[in-house]
Design a protein around this ligand. Structure first.
Ligand code: ATP
Length: 294
């Protein structure tokens, strides 16, 4: 199944019949998905289901074994070459970051401009000012010169988010952004994402289903294949709520169908309790059948 174009939403990324894997082992198959202008797509699914692999394919970090990814440019042209694609902002999973790398907060944030920068060229005054504004927006004032190895987990996540948005990308991709972020900044993080979403599309990979459902406009469940469900479908004036879920949506992903569909259809008090429990215990330790299983 592929998601259908909205009435006036411009596609930014079109994924058709994508398959991908590692060393001959297939991880994704027959993935079809379109990311639209100002979309806010939540990507959920079980551990090892292929969420990060999908993101790597979009970013051009992993070559698909089949299918194609088309990027739509602001001038109306299209490309399948990831070197020519529009700027994508990326916040990688926390555990992929080498914290021993000798780089400061300011340098991490400015490194998000590297695609616009000639190799070894100095940053301009304007770029540094932009870096300062992002540092302030991320609540990192006073930590500009601190090496990333001396930051708390949440401070590092904020620096990485700053890096992801500094280049004014057309799509920001966030892989588990709330890991290590405290409650106060988590609320700010989602406020920031709502602000950013006024200008660009967001793809958010998360295990925090309650938060995902409150924030996103559409959901993709990835477990080898992909099932898509719009929560707020596009219409002439933007996005509107929908309340239907395809009953087989989660079957394909081998999730617990009834529980998932009830979560998707409405945010129930049960879901809110789940969200609270996730925050207290972490999604992986949350004892309930609402979590996806392989
Ligand atoms: N570089 C790699 N080489 C070989 N196998 C890999 C590699 N990266 C991921 N895999 C495997 O591919 C599968 C999908 O991994 P992926 O990281 O995409 O899952 P995920 O849905 O993002 O999982 P999680 O929720 O745990 O982050 C897993 O079985 C994983 O072990």
């Amino acid at each position: 199944m592929t998601n259908q174009p909205g009435t006036n939403m411009k596609p930014l990324i079109e994924i058709r019949d994508l398959s991908a894997g590692y060393e001959g082992r297939q991880v994704l198959r027959d993935v079809n998905l379109t990311v639209y202008e100002r979309d806010f797509l939540g990507v959920i699914g079980p551990n090892g289901g292929g969420k990060t692999t999908l993101i790597k394919c979009i970013l051009g970090l992993l070559k698909p074994t089949g299918g194609k990814i088309t990027f739509h440019m602001s001038d109306g042209t299209q490309t399948t070459n990831s070197n020519d694609r529009p700027t994508l902002g990326y916040l990688p999973q926390y555990n992929t970051i080498d914290r021993k790398f000798p780089i400061s907060v300011e340098e991490v944030i400015l490194s998000g401009l590297s695609v616009q920068q000639k190799l070894y060229a100095r940053f301009t005054h304007e770029q540094r000012e932009k870096g300062r504004a992002i540092i302030e927006r991320m609540g990192l004032e006073g930590l500009e010169k601190r090496a990333i190895g001396q930051l708390s987990g949440g401070q590092l996540q904020r620096a990485l988010l700053g890096r992801a948005i500094i280049s004014d990308p057309s799509v920001v991709i966030l892989d588990e952004p709330s890991t290590y972020i405290d409650k106060r900044f988590e609320a700010r993080l989602y406020e920031l994402l709502a602000e950013i979403n006024n200008d660009c599309a967001i793809i958010l990979v998360s295990h925090d289903i309650g938060t995902v459902l409150q924030q996103v406009k559409s959901i993709a469940c990835v477990n080898e294949s992909l099932d898509y469900h719009p929560i707020r479908a596009s219409q002439a004036n933007g996005w509107r709520e929908t309340s239907t879920a395809p009953s087989n949506c989660w079957d394909t992903a081998r999730c617990h169908t009834a529980s998932w569909v009830s979560i998707i259809t409405t945010i129930t008090p049960k879901t809110l309790r789940r969200k609270k429990a996730n925050h207290l215990y972490g999604a992986d330790h949350c004892p309930t059948s609402l979590l996806a299983v392989k």
